[in-house]
Write a protein of this length. Sequence first.
Length: 293
Amino acid sequence: MDRSILFALCSLLFAGVNDLVFKKQATSGYGRGQYMSIAGVVWAAFFVGWGLIHGRTDVAWQAIAWGAAAGTLSVSANYLLIASLRQLDASVGATIYRLNMVAAALIAVVFLGEPLGAVKSLGLTAGAASVVMFSLGNGKKSLRSVLTGAMMMVVTASLLRALMGITYKLATSDFAELQAAGHGSQDEWFLAVQGGMWMVVGFLCSARFEGRPRLTAGNVVYGTLSGLLICGIVLFFAWALAAGQASVVIPIAQMSFLVTAVLSLPVTREKLSGAKAAGLGLAVAAILLLSRT
């Protein structure tokens, strides 16, 4: 198996588990901003520590700039996702959010010059179809949700996430050129800056919209767990994009609803309808097709 596919699948696994943590936090009543700030602290601390342990102290301005751009897109997308999951099922909200894979793939083909062959087209089509099947699997609630602010929030979050994926690809290409010129690895600092963005923006949102709530043990648990899971998500995602095509890696990494849907059965007791089962099958087919391109 190509290592970019393996890394993308690892990112998918971490993201699938984290989607459930998002859902649990979203329905817990705890402040979203505080939760994101805690996750950001863990995220930033992890990669700063990683960089220092490995003696990578050569921080380029490109790592700061790309990290700030990706961090802004990431924190905005995830804040909207968390807010939308207060009204949407975890499997449905997370699935619609993952629609960004199609937008990101098209951007990569049009603007980055990546090839779009028949097999890749079939893979993307299967991925998009799996999203539709999951939405149908939510029945009447999904239909009503189209008219709500929650649906608009998750669609906006999806578009922002697509742009973040492209930012990662551009950043990893830039870092490869820096290393060829004699600079050290910039991945750790690129990822650490994003965690810092989550920490700062989360704190500001908490102060502005949540009235600086008291730090709660529940949010500390959710934030710490998410922070660690996000470290796995972004690290493997960056490695995958450094080794492969964005139009292949991003769609595979975004199919974390495979994991979310399966784990949702015992954890949140969501039902697996025939439509959702078909969606799972289509998602698996999409991954197999994309891995062959």
